[in-house]
Design a protein around this ligand. Structure first.
Ligand code: NAD
Length: 318
């Protein structure tokens, strides 16, 4: 007997969405991929383009159309909305993309979908909170891409300085996927040692070698956008990693925008924290021991997000 096809629906077939879809398409991770875009022809063209490689990848059917595609999907990935323009912060996008998320939420609910939703549209933490409010879905089944990408950038840049592979460096960027994010240095591990102990044990590196990294991570998207107008490959791979963890029930630890109920002192808010991701979405938030200085940074980031969120709800009158 044939098992049920695994199905992913992508809403927003732009640069980020299609970078994700391109990797998903050739991965063999699911048998069906549905595309939805505000411009129906764009989604149709993208589906045609992918399907034309059908003889060369594990069997997968790509469709395009409306929200009826969501009814039997396992995962929805939302990348629709307006992207940052040069000089714009992610929070500048909030009012426009909040309206977009409201429209999407109504249609997702109407489709009868009951799987896990992953959202990358910016400002991602604000929109993750809004998506849960608008859909009313269980909090564990709504996931923002959060600081998955920022954490990868951080590990890549640390690895560059240390001349080791990024996956051999452990550490997290926490908080808002935006200007108030911060590195949890107390939980960075290199060469098997906590970062401060590592620095104390070597004369090859000094703190000065690493002091710019946190700033560079925070500014990374601006640097890419200034050069090529958008960032999409690395977030595409980040989304693929989250969706893989869900579809394969991996229980992998990733820095997503997860719902905090007192974790890290944050109440009733989605924000970038490490979480265990599996079939049901967020299985649990991982609560590392942070220093009081790091907890204060988390509080600041949460306060900024809460204010932005409440202002946006007020503007939308919801
Ligand atoms: P893009 O303009 O290339 O694509 C956006 C797509 O969304 C377009 O095809 C557009 O037609 C579609 N769209 C707009 N409104 C829609 C609606 N109501 N319903 C369905 N589709 C709709 O933009 P992009 O570069 O792909 O960026 C997409 C989003 O991802 C932006 O919000 C951007 O800021 C965000 N982003 C997030 C991260 C992250 O780390 N979370 C990284 C990069 C970009």
């Amino acid at each position: 007997m044939k098992a049920k096809n695994r199905k992913v629906v992508l809403i927003g077939a732009g640069m980020v969405g299609m970078s994700f879809a391109y990797q998903l398409y050739s991965s063999g991770l699911c048998e069906e991929l549905g595309l939805i875009d505000f411009f129906a022809e764009k989604a149709e063209g993208e589906a045609m383009d992918l399907n034309h490689a059908g003889a060369l990848v594990p069997p997968i059917k790509v469709t395009s159309g409306g929200y009826e595609q969501c009814s039997d999907a396992d995962v929805i990935v939302i990348c629709g909305g307006l992207p940052q323009k040069p000089g714009e912060t992610r929070l500048d996008l909030v009012d426009k993309n909040m309206k977009v998320v409201k429209e999407m939420s109504d249609q997702i609910v109407a489709s009868g979908f009951d799987g896990v939703i992953v959202i990358a549209s910016n400002p991602v933490d604000v929109l993750t909170n809004a998506l849960q409010k608008f859909t009313g879905f269980p909090k564990n089944k709504i996931i923002g891409s959060g600081t998955t990408l920022d954490t990868s950038r951080f590990r890549y840049m640390l690895g560059e300085v240390l001349d080791v592979a990024p996956n051999s460096v452990r550490g997290y960027i926490l908080g808002e996927h935006g200007d108030t994010q911060f590195a949890a240095w107390s939980n960075v591990y290199v060469y098997g040692k906590q970062f401060d102990k590592f620095l104390a044990s070597t004369d090859k590196y000094t703190a000065a070698d690493f002091e710019k990294i946190e700033e560079r991570v925070m500014r990374a998207a601006y640097e890419v956008i200034n050069r090529k107008r958008a960032t999409y490959y690395a977030i595409g791979i980040s989304l693929f990693t989250i969706v893989k963890a869900i579809l394969r029930d991996e229980n992998t630890e990733l820095a997503v925008s997860g719902y905090c109920e007192g974790h890290y002192g944050v109440e009733d808010l989605y924000i970038g924290v490490p979480a265990i991701i599996g079939r049901e979405g967020v299985r649990e938030i991982v609560e590392m021991d942070l220093t009081s200085e790091e907890l204060a940074k988390m509080k600041h980031s949460a306060d900024v997000l809460k204010k932005t969120l409440n202002d946006a709800y007020a503007a939308l009158e919801v």
